[in-house]
Design a protein around this ligand. Structure first.
Ligand code: OOB
Length: 539
């Protein structure tokens, strides 16, 4: 069994009695579709169309071969696949035999992937030759030296290691193989992070399945839904809010796209009749501009009924343009990989839809909004968000110190967001966690500061958010250099970071060299002053 912090018994009982936790593995959604409509299209991926029967069969092939080799409960897997059908086939295969995956983003590089491997010691690694990490065998060999027993790669020639071969055929599942119990860890989500190392979030079948089923209701997903997966498939938003899993639950179709780039997506949407699309705010801005530049393109979006926007702050003025220009309804989503997801509702008045980030999924999502002393603030006042509920986790994987800070004595998770609540609806107005939200991609300041400090010429480093008209936020690194060193060029600094294997989206957009960093009264780096020192021109 994989260790995790469970919910206290009284709450677990409540969540079961309320019908949130149904005691079934996540694979039940696939089983249900295969039993009722096996020939319906589950996934469109380039020129390939996978029916639910195909998705089930391929995932059983991989599950069978893994199980026969002895992989099963207690094992973990590290998966890094691009937005292709294989992502879901692999996900269900692993769940089917109780191997818990971490799904790394395809933009993650050596630093992130190696750190996930260090944390979970994966028995299996599933990657792609198209990713630089697996272009040659050096990294794979390292993983094997560290205890990984099997590496499978997409785009591999050797049949023993070719993911495609393992999906093409396989034995039946051996007696006794099956998913982990529903109240145990099914897989790990990735935290956006605010500390030096990325944290992993254990999610159980019970809790995740509830968030998916409830999201399907709230977002109106049906068997007729044709859902665009253009953001990273592994992200909580695209996976479960309502995400591809919501679509599989309802028996609809997931249409895979490599990125949210508007022109490619528009062609795909017109061809496949896409009805629902989740996007981050910067992508919405690109879509709006693409249609404004050439209004004839709007015809390609004729079938688009609902756009979900979340992951980062969405300006009300931009939100208001969505229905007119793109010709679809808007639903705002404020969620987190740790659990809590808020949606505006489809029957909410326009003012709520445009100006708030919605309300929680569940009547049993408990929300506290707290002042600096931890006391509740009145409605309408900003405060720090704390929450617990039937699908909000109770602890990061093997991170006792961090958990002691992220959770309070009542088991509420403090998300680090500053929100205002009015009539039960939340608006996200700020952040206290030391994180940069670069168009929905999260950067933990401390992680990048630590990497910068490894540079021999840097003595102090502070990464802060700067406002950006396109991405919402970009990052600026303030640096103090070693005595005698006058200059470090931004390209050289970026190169030094890339050489450490960090994902490109985490590279600072700007660098500023200072003689010293301003300190607060208690001697911490005064990031507010650093942020304020960046006027729009210098930003
Ligand atoms: C989603 O998940 P994560 O884990 O990448 O990031 C969570 C954080 C939140 O704590 C908040 O700081 C920010 O992203 N965020 C938003 C937001 N949605 C997320 N900030 C402002 N407005 C929003 N609408 O980003 C995520 C997970 C599930 C569904 C949607 C987004």
């Amino acid at each position: 069994m994989i260790e995790f912090t469970p919910w206290p018994d009284n709450l677990a009982r409540r969540y079961r009695e309320a019908g949130y936790w149904i005691g079934q593995p996540l694979t039940r959604m696939l089983d249900q579709q295969v039993a009722t409509r096996p020939d319906a299209t589950a996934i469109v991926c380039g020129s390939r169309r996978l029916s639910y029967a195909d998705l089930d069969r391929q995932s059983r092939h991989l599950a069978g071969r893994l199980a026969v080799k002895g992989f099963g409960h207690g094992d973990t897997a590290l998966v890094q696949l691009p937005n292709l059908a294989e992502f879901y086939v692999t996900f269900f295969a692993l769940l089917r035999i109780g191997v818990a995956p971490v799904n790394a983003l395809f933009s993650h590089r050596r630093l992130e992937v190696a750190d996930y491997a260090r944390q979970i010691a994966p028995a299996v690694v599933i990657g792609a030759r198209a990713h630089e990490l697996f272009r040659d065998d050096a990294f794979a060999d390292e993983l094997c030296a560290g205890g990984t027993r099997l590496i499978l790669l997409l785009g591999e020639d050797d049949p023993a290691r070719s993911l495609s071969d393992w999906l093409a055929s396989g034995p039946a599942l051996p007696e006794g193989a099956g998913p982990t119990p529903a109240d145990q860890v099914a897989f790990f989500q990735l935290s956006g992070g605010s500390t030096g190392t990325p944290k992993l979030i254990p999610r159980t079948h019970d809790d995740y399945d509830y968030s998916v089923r409830a999201s399907v209701e709230i977002c109106g997903v049906t068997a007729d839904t044709r859902f665009l997966c253009a953001l990273p498939a592994a992200h909580n938003f695209t996976l479960s809010s309502p995400g591809a899993l919501g679509v599989f639950h309802a028996g609809g179709t997931v249409v895979m796209a490599a990125s949210p780039e508007p022109l490619a997506c528009f062609d795909l949407m017109a061809r496949e009749g896409v009805t629902m699309a989740p996007l981050v705010p910067p992508a919405v801005a690109l879509w709006l501009r693409a249609v404004e530049d050439d209004p004839a393109r709007r015809a390609q979006l004729a079938t688009l009924d609902l756009m979900l926007v979340g992951g980062a702050s969405f300006a009300e003025a931009t939100a208001r343009r969505v229905p007119d220009i793109l010709g679809c309804r808007l639903q705002q989503v404020f969620g987190m990989a740790e659990g809590l997801v808020n949606y505006t509702r489809l029957d909410d008045p326009a003012q709520i839809v445009f100006a708030t980030q919605g309300r929680p999924i569940s009547p049993d999502d408990e929300i506290r909004i707290l002042d600096e002393d931890g006391n509740p603030v009145p409605d309408g006042q900003p405060g720090a968000l704390a929450t617990r509920g039937p699908y909000t986790f109770r602890g990061y994987y093997r991170s006792p110190d961090h958990n002691a800070r992220a959770f309070d004595a009542d088991g509420f998770y403090h998300s680090g967001d500053v929100v205002v609540r009015e009539n039960g609806y939340l608006r996200v107005v700020g952040r206290i966690k030391d994180q940069i939200n670069r168009g929905g991609e999260k950067i933990a300041a401390e992680e990048i500061e630590n990497l910068l400090l490894r540079h021999p010429d840097i003595t102090h480093a502070a990464l802060v958010a700067i406002p950006d008209p396109h991405l919402g936020e970009k990052s600026c690194a303030f640096l103090v250099l070693r005595d005698g060193v006058e200059k470090l060029s931004p390209p050289a600094l970026r190169r030094a970071l890339l050489e450490q294997g960090v994902a490109e989206y985490k590279l600072p957009d700007r660098f500023r060299i200072l003689a010293q960093l301003p300190l607060t009264a208690v001697g911490k780096i005064d990031k507010r002053r650093l942020r304020d020192s960046l006027t729009p021109e210098t930003a």
